[in-house]
Design a protein around this ligand. Structure first.
Ligand SMILES: Nc1ncnc2c1ncn2[C@@H]1O[C@H](COP(=O)(O)OP(=O)(O)OP(=O)(O)O)[C@@H](O)[C@H]1O
Ligand SMILES: [Mg+2]
Length: 252
């Protein structure tokens, strides 16, 4: 389980206003959670803190009751931009986190190939990022995130730059991956429908600073289909979320 306990966070540079203040929330093991909130509200900041890239001023962030400051390799972070290295092959890109962790070379290769198979791109192993479409590159970035071996996956708007049809097929694909591996996924998105389609719960962040999170449950079984989104209850949830995001956008 992941837990934020009374967290306060201020960036040392820029405006010296807290982004998070006395913020507490939990994510249970194996859950699929989406975080929605207006632009600049602090979603990526939450990921940066979780991944140990920023130090908090108060409170603690814990995994299974242990402060993350004493832990390693507990999460894999897929940043907002696709960060494949253009001069490395697809396979070498996927191997990167394992090579940082100094995993045995043969094992790195074996796992990279296995993961590329899972995302349907094994025949691209020796190609370069420029040879792939945007959707394929996102699948490679996702394979790399999975290869890092952590149980907690942090995905920051992984599909936002893609066209609609590619996006919905990747959503279906991601849902299947999650149902197979049952890792914990925290997914940031601006797309309310995407959040509803994928997640068990939606965490709505708002306010400056963020002091609490409103949680909306998505009461739909898995595996989900797009037809389920037509359910009037789900339409109401969607409108409700859009209203929330609009009001918070106006307040900021
Ligand atoms: N490295 C930094 N130093 C100083 N301020 C920062 C830094 N990174 C982000 N901020 C500020 O912190 C606030 C929250 O930014 P953050 O990137 O977490 O928002 P976000 O919710 O992810 O937005 P978006 O939806 O546009 O990605 C913004 O006001 C931003 O300007
Ligand atoms: Mg962001």
């Amino acid at each position: 389980m992941l837990e934020f306990k009374n967290v306060k966070f201020i960036y040392k540079s820029g405006v010296k206003e807290p982004i998070l203040e006395n913020l507490s929330f939990k994510v249970e093991d194996g859950e699929f959670i989406s975080i929605v909130g207006s632009s600049g509200s602090g979603k990526t900041t939450i990921f940066r803190i979780l991944n140990g890239l920023e130090d908090i001023q108060e409170g603690s962030v814990e995994i299974d009751g242990q402060d993350i400051r004493g832990l390693k390799n507990y999460s894999s972070y897929m940043p907002q931009k696709d960060l494949l290295l253009p001069w490395k092959t697809i396979e070498k890109n996927v191997m990167l986190p394992m090579s940082i962790q100094k995993v045995d070379k043969d094992l790195q290769k074996e796992r990279a190939i296995e993961m590329l198979k899972q995302v349907g791109l094994e025949e691209y192993a020796n190609k370069y990022p420029k040879d792939l479409s945007g959707g394929m590159r996102q699948r490679v970035a996702f394979a790399r995130t999975l290869c890092a071996g952590a149980n907690l996956l942090l995905l920051d708007e992984p599909f936002s730059a893609l066209d609609y049809i590619t996006r919905i097929s990747l959503q279906e694909w991601l849902m299947k991956q999650w149902l197979d591996v049952k890792k914990t996924i925290v997914f940031i998105t601006h797309d309310v429908e995407e959040a509803i389609f994928l997640s068990e719960k939606i965490y709505v962040v708002s306010g400056r600073p963020i002091t609490d999170i409103e949680i909306k449950e998505v009461d739909l079984p898995y595996p989900r289909t797009r037809e389920m989104l037509l359910d009037p209850r789900i339409q109401r949830l969607k409108e409700d979320l859009i209203d929330k995001l609009r009001t918070t956008e106006e307040e900021e």
